[in-house]
Design a protein. Structure first.
Length: 114
């Protein structure tokens, strides 16, 4: 499956952005999807993981970020509200069927200014 993110950009602290990840090749219902991010000098971390049953959020984004999906459009979204400067990172969506995440998008930059 090919994944392509969009929707990143520059936002002010307290603002919002919505990221999109469109999958092509196979329906997203056949995959467990996740959003990850990597800030400069830091390791990649999970932001929101959809297991097919429920979504698990990182503590740092709970109550601010919401992951959703539109199966008809083969797209998953990450709505990010009340953004903070520490949310600045490259955001990636990923998909897996079993085990580790094997499919990754190219990433989209999110920059939050004070």
């Amino acid at each position: 499956v090919h994944l392509e993110e969009s929707g990143g950009g520059l936002a002010q602290a307290g603002g919002s952005l919505r990221l999109s990840c469109t999958a092509s090749g196979r329906p997203i219902n056949t995959y467990a999807m996740g959003w990850f991010r990597q800030a400069p000098g830091k390791e990649r971390e999970s932001v929101a993981i959809w297991s097919g049953i429920s979504t698990t959020y990182a503590d740092s984004v709970k109550g601010r970020f919401t992951m959703s999906r539109d199966s008809d459009k083969s797209t998953v979204y990450l709505q990010m509200n009340n953004l903070r400067p520490e949310d600045t990172a490259v955001y990636y969506c990923a998909a897996r069927q079993f085990g580790t995440y094997e499919f990754w998008g190219q990433g989209t930059q999110v920059t939050v200014s004070t």
